[in-house]
Design a binder for this molecule. Structure first.
Ligand SMILES: Nc1ncnc2c1ncn2[C@@H]1O[C@H](COP(=O)(O)OS(=O)(=O)O)[C@@H](OP(=O)(O)O)[C@H]1O
Length: 444
C-alpha cells in the first residue's frame, strides 16, 4: 500500500517515492530539492515555482503542501509575524474567494447537498425520501438506475482522534449486531474533490466515488438487523462541510464523540509525530525534538493566522485555520482540533442533540464496560454478553501506546491548558445545557 508522504512517515525514506513514480513523486523530489538547493528565501522559491522554472512536476499543490517544512520555530512574535506575512502574501488565498483556491475546479459542495450516485445526481432531499428506514437499524437506499441497494451507515464515530478511538472502534465492531466497514478510517468526505483526487490517487483502499464509499459497507445483509458505521474519527474537525455530507447520506445518523482532555490529546498527537514513528517529513525536525518550541510557535501562528478565533465565537474560524481547510501550510490542526466547543456547535447546526453521544475517554479507559453500555443503549443494540468486553480486550490488547515518548514539557503543557481553558468552559456549558450531561462526568 502506498502512503501519502505527509500522511505518515512510516515508509518514507528519501527517494522511495520518487522511484515509485506515483502521484506524489514530485512532492518528494521537491522536498529533497528544498533540502539541498532551495532552502532559502521563501519568496524566491515560490516565484520560481510559479514561473515553471523548476519544471511542471513542481505544481502549486505540491509546493503549498511542502512549504510547511519551511516554517521554522520562531524566536519571538516579531519573527513569527515576518514569516507569517510572507507566507500569507504568497500562499493564502482570500477567504472570500475560496473558489480561487481550487482554481477552475467547481466547488463540489452545492447548497443543495447533491452528489453523483450510479451516474445520477442525488440530492439530500431524494436521499431522505428514498431511504428505507423501515428496518430502521439498517438503513438502505435504492435508485432505479442502481443495480443494487446501498447500505448506509447508521452511526458515525466523528471524533476525536487520539482519544481512544481505535480501542472503541475495535470493541464496538466486535458486537454481534455491528458489521465493520471496509476499514476503520474511510476518510471519504474529508476533502474537497480536488484534494481527494490528489490524496487518494494511488490508494486503492480509499474510495474515490460515493458509490465506492457505499461499497465499503457491502458486507451487511439487508435482511439482517445489523448496523454499520463509519469510524473516520477526525470528521468532526476536518472540514466545515463535513456535517452537511454526513447529513446528506443519513439525516438520522447517530454521532459518537469521544472526548479527551485536549491538552493530553495534543501531547498524544505530538508524541505521535515525534515519538517512535519518527518526525514526518513535512514538519521541520526542530519541532519534533522538543515540545516547547512546537507549542510556542504554533500558538503564535494560530494567533496570527486566526484572529477571529474565540471561545463561543464563530465556529468557521476553527475550520478555516485547520489543516484541511484550504491551505495546508501549518500542522496547526494538532492544536486547533482541540477546540471541541466550536466543532460541536457547528455540527449542532446539522443534527439535533439527541443524535449525539459523548463518551469521556477517561471513562472508556477506566471502565470500558460502562462506556460500551452507553454506546449500545444509544445505538439501540442489545448489551454485550457478560464478560465479552474483557474477552475482546484480552484479544485485541489494551491499545495504549507503548512507544517511547518524550516526557510532556511542563511549560508547554501549561500553555496548552491556558489556551484551551476558555473553550473547555464553553464546552462544559454546552454539554450541560444542550446535551444534559451531568457536570461530574465532564472531567476536564
Ligand atoms: N484502554 C486504554 N487505556 C488507556 N489509554 C488508552 C487505551 N486505549 C487507547 N488509549 C490511548 O488513546 C490514545 C490513542 O487514541 P486513538 O486510538 O484515538 O488514536 S488514533 O487517532 O487512532 O491515532 C493513546 O494515547 P497516548 O498514549 O497518550 O498517545 C493511547 O495510549
Amino acid at each position: 500500500m502506498k502512503r501519502h508522504p505527509w500522511h505518515s512517515s512510516d515508509d518514507y525514506s528519501p527517494g522511495s517515492l520518487v522511484r515509485e513514480n506515483d502521484g506524489f513523486a514530485s512532492g518528494a523530489v521537491f522536498v529533497q530539492t528544498l533540502d539541498s538547493e532551495l532552502d532559502g528565501d521563501l519568496d524566491d522559491n515560490f516565484t520560481r515555482v510559479r514561473r515553471g522554472q523548476l519544471g511542471p512536476q513542481y505544481d502549486e499543490f505540491d509546493f503549498r503542501v511542502n512549504m510547511t517544512r519551511m516554517i521554522k520555530p520562531a524566536a519571538d512574535d516579531s519573527e513569527c509575524a515576518t514569516t507569517w506575512a510572507s507566507i500569507s502574501e504568497n500562499f493564502i488565498y482570500p477567504e472570500s474567494n475560496e473558489a480561487a483556491l481550487y482554481s477552475g475546479i467547481p466547488h463540489p459542495y452545492s447548497p443543495d447537498h447533491c452528489f453523483e450516485l450510479c451516474g445520477e445526481v442525488v440530492c439530500e432531499k431524494d436521499m431522505a425520501e428514498r431511504t428505507d428506514f423501515t428496518t430502521r437499524k439498517n438503513p438502505s437506499y435504492s435508485r432505479p438506475r442502481c443495480k443494487e441497494r446501498h447500505n448506509i451507515p447508521a452511526y458515525f464515530i466523528i471524533g476525536y482522534s487520539q482519544s481512544g478511538t481505535t480501542f472503541f472502534s475495535d470493541v464496538i465492531r466486535k458486537h454481534n449486531d455491528v458489521r465493520a466497514a471496509c476499514h476503520k478510517e474511510i476518510h471519504y468526505f474529508d476533502v474537497t474533490l480536488y484534494l481527494r483526487a490528489q490524496y487518494h490517487k494511488n490508494r486503492v483502499d480509499k474510495p474515490r466515488s460515493i458509490t465506492s464509499y457505499f461499497g465499503c459497507f457491502r458486507r451487511v445483509n439487508f435482511d439482517q438487523k445489523k448496523i454499520i458505521g463509519d469510524h473516520t474519527v477526525k470528521a468532526i474537525y476536518t472540514d466545515i462541510w463535513y456535517p452537511s455530507w454526513v447529513r446528506a447520506i443519513n439525516q438520522r445518523m447517530k454521532l459518537i464523540v469521544l472526548l479527551r482532555d485536549p491538552t493530553k490529546r495534543t501531547y498524544s498527537r505530538f508524541s505521535q509525530m515525534g515519538g517512535g514513528r519518527g518526525c514526518p517529513r513535512f514538519i521541520r525536525r526542530e519541532f519534533c525534538r522538543d515540545m516547547l518550541p512546537y507549542v510556542t510557535t504554533m500558538l503564535r501562528y494560530i494567533k496570527m493566522k486566526c484572529p477571529g478565533l474565540q471561545p463561543g465565537g464563530d465556529p468557521s474560524h476553527a475550520y478555516r485555520c485547520g489543516y484541511h481547510y484550504g491551505t495546508e501550510l501549518l500542522d496547526n490542526d494538532t492544536i486547533i482540533s482541540g477546540l471541541y466547543e466550536l466543532h460541536v456547535r457547528h455540527w449542532l447546526n446539522f443534527f439535533p442533540p439527541e443524535q449525539f453521544l459523548f463518551i469521556s475517554s477517561d471513562m472508556l479507559f477506566k471502565s470500558p464496560e460502562e462506556a460500551m453500555s452507553r454506546a449500545t443503549d444509544f445505538l439501540e443494540l442489545p448489551p454485550y454478553e457478560p464478560g465479552a468486553i474483557q474477552k475482546y480486550i484480552s484479544e485485541i490488547g489494551p491499545h495504549t501506546h507503548t512507544r517511547n515518548k518524550a516526557p510532556p514539557h511542563p511549560e508547554a503543557m501549561e500553555m496548552l491548558r491556558q489556551f484551551y481553558a476558555p473553550y473547555n468552559d464553553e464546552l462544559r456549558k454546552l454539554l450541560i445545557s444542550v446535551f444534559h450531561i451531568p457536570e461530574e462526568e465532564i472531567t476536564f
